[in-house]
Design a protein around this ligand. Structure first.
Ligand SMILES: Cc1cc2nc3c(=O)[nH]c(=O)nc-3n(C[C@H](O)[C@H](O)[C@H](O)COP(=O)(O)OP(=O)(O)OC[C@H]3O[C@@H](n4cnc5c(N)ncnc54)[C@H](O)[C@@H]3O)c2cc1C
Length: 417
């Protein structure tokens, strides 16, 4: 085939999902017939779960940052440019540098980002100081310095609104902060407050109960149903729509998360710039040649790397069927697999999907484990630490992990049975 007659797949975003899908499909699509182009605004690839550990000195910034080029396989074109707009009718992508890319199929994998600008008073002189966050590299590094300088007082961990990526991360931060302050002899001088718009610790009732117990054990005050209206940086208070006030000495906030602005400009997004898709195939509900993978879509499960991983595997199989003119027969079940660091060198593991609440049992092997579900264990913590290595060396290059994408029920028991 000549270049003119080759088919083109364009992937928008070279983060977790975009990198995996480009590398996996490069192994499956003949180079003579298919061009794969990935676009990203930056050549920096961060292992985002590592942001959680930076404020506590458990990861150094250097350990979680590499170049994107290192992970984009041979035969995939990486274009470093900002995406301006997609024209789904013309099947083109306009870049802000004036270039235009044409596609036959498009994968939107542009993720979700914290948007502190969306909450009045969040940005200001105290941003990345007494108003901290760990959802960006710069925020995590600044918070490390804040935590080092913290001498006690009110440490408030706060969730602005759902959905946000890695919904367990604020709980993990709270548990690790409890540990960190104990080790430094500051826990007695610190009140830790967990402020959430939910009516409990987490979205899933079974896990919420378990995680709520741990918060209680750690003597964390929980302020529920708190919809933040604004932050007063001068008075150091969070203010809710129903006029409650939560004072802080150090705030650690999870700002509103939103999909990329170009998604909105392209008419591809919902209110929060997420692409509406069929939750089983990740195909756009409006444009059949457009798919959204990873955090960029509106599927009703956690925004997490594990979801990106499992759903990419389903997508690749379906895509091969689609381009062969067959119906797509694989269905994503919403499978998420989330480690929850609980401090003291332990972690829990949550395994759930669209229809099934987190269960108890073992993972990945029934009865053997070595990981335990919905229960704290050392093996889970070690699994979480090992994942960084797996991410760089197996997941991003698109190598098989040996974990089936669908949630297995084998050896698992409902928590309330
Ligand atoms: C603190 C924290 C802890 C986490 N812990 C875990 C965990 O323990 N387990 C887990 O499974 N997940 C975890 N996650 C979530 C996980 O990192 C994300 O779900 C995952 O990275 C999503 O992948 P993605 O490809 O959808 O988006 P991303 O990896 O964010 O990639 C999106 C890419 O799109 C690019 N992009 C966006 N807009 C544009 C534009 N206009 N032009 C060009 N390029 C653009 C970005 O530069 C980026 O490279 C955590 C996240 C955070 C922040």
């Amino acid at each position: 085939m000549t270049t003119a007659t080759k088919k083109t797949l364009v992937v928008l975003g070279a983060g977790t999902a975009g990198t995996m899908v480009a590398n996996k499909l490069r192994h499956r699509l003949p180079k003579t017939d298919w061009t794969i182009t990935v676009v990203d605004k930056t050549d920096i690839h961060d292992y985002q779960p590592g942001y959680l550990f930076i404020p506590f000195g458990m990861n150094t910034p250097e350990q979680i940052r590499k170049t994107k080029h290192a992970f984009i396989g041979d035969g995939v074109d990486l274009v470093l440019a900002e995406i301006d707009k997609v024209d789904p009718g013309a099947k083109t992508v306009a870049l802000t540098d004036g270039r235009t890319l044409s596609y036959d199929y498009l994968v939107v994998a542009s993720g979700t980002s914290p948007r502190p600008d969306q909450t009045p008073g969040m940005l200001g002189d105290e941003w990345h100081k007494s108003v901290g966050e760990f959802y960006t590299y710069d925020g995590a590094v600044a918070l490390r310095d804040q935590m080092r300088a913290f001498k006690g007082g009110r440490l408030v961990v706060h969730i602005t609104e759902l959905p946000f990526k890695c919904p367990v991360a604020p709980l993990e931060f709270t548990f690790l902060a409890d540990d960190y302050l104990r080790e430094r002899g500051l826990r007695d001088k610190t009140e830790i407050v967990f402020v959430t718009p939910l009516d409990g610790a987490f979205t899933k009732p079974v896990a919420s109960k378990e995680l709520g117990h741990i918060l209680k054990e750690r003597n964390v005050t929980v302020e529920t149903d708190f919809m933040v209206e604004s932050i007063d940086q001068e008075r150091k208070v969070l203010i809710s729509y129903d006029e409650r006030e939560v004072p802080f000495d150090q705030l650690v906030t999870i700002p509103l998360n939103m999909g990329a602005e170009f998604v909105a400009r392209s008419g591809l997004g919902d209110d929060l710039n997420y692409v509406p898709v069929d939750k089983h195939t990740m195909q756009s509900t409006e444009f059949p040649e457009v798919f959204a993978l990873g955090d960029a879509s509106n599927i009703p499960t956690s925004k997490a790397g594990s979801v990106a991983h499992f759903s990419v595997e389903i997508f690749v199989e379906n895509f091969m069927e689609l381009i062969a003119g067959k119906p797509m027969t694989h269905s994503f079940d919403g499978h998420a697999n989330c480690f929850v660091e609980s401090g003291g060198g332990k972690a829990l593991l949550l395994d759930f999907n669209y229809d099934t609440q987190p269960l108890t049992g073992t993972f990945p092997l029934p009865k053997i484990g070595p990981m335990t579900l919905l229960k704290e264990s050392r093996a889970n913590h070690l699994g979480k630490l090992a994942f960084r290595h797996i991410y760089w060396n197996m997941l991003l290059p698109g190598r098989p992990l040996g974990l089936p994408p669908a949630m297995s029920m084998s050896g698992k028991i409902p928590a309330d049975a």
